[in-house]
Design a protein around this ligand. Structure first.
Ligand SMILES: [Zn+2]
Length: 161
């Protein structure tokens, strides 16, 4: 007996075999009970499938097809998707997280900085010291004040009486 023809049974059933294959399969089916049984099962299955009712198209399909064909014939394109929906979902999530971080993080950082106690308390001594150092060369605000006079002026420089 030549080799089984199980892989040829489906095209045989569909009438899709060439003359040479057809003769070979028919001759084999005459002789081989195993392939004949498989063939009958396939035949039964095909009959059951053919007995199924044709699926009904969803309601409105014809109208939608007609509308779409008319629109394409008119050269109209589908409106461009919103930018957000053209981004791939993983990137969309990352982008949303980054945006949330900026939107919430910047004001939060600003508030925390604004209401936090100053990092170094004011050093009043250093402040006064610096003020004095910087104001040494400046004239006093009161110009009418008498110039500073040394009390131990040498007698030779003082007018004689
Ligand atoms: Zn066989």
């Amino acid at each position: 007996m030549n080799e089984h023809v199980i892989d040829r049974l489906s095209p045989y059933l569909d009438g899709a075999l060439g003359a040479a294959d057809l003769e070979r399969v028919e001759a084999h089916l005459e002789a081989c009970a195993s392939c004949r049984r498989t063939y009958r099962e396939l035949e039964t299955l095909q009959g059951l499938v053919r007995a199924l009712p044709d699926p009904e198209p969803p309601p409105g399909l014809a109208d939608r097809l007609h509308w779409r064909l008319r629109r394409e014939a008119a050269g109209l394109r589908r409106p461009a998707p919103l930018w957000w929906f053209s981004v791939r979902p993983p990137f969309r999530v990352a982008l949303a997280c980054a945006t949330l971080l900026v939107v919430l993080g910047v004001p939060a950082a600003w508030m925390a900085n604004r209401f936090a106690p100053p990092k170094t308390p004011l050093d009043t001594d250093a402040y006064v010291r610096e003020y004095l150092m910087l104001s040494v060369d400046r004239p006093l605000g009161d110009e009418a004040a008498p110039p500073f006079v040394l009390s131990d002026t040498p007698a030779s420089e003082s007018p004689r009486r």
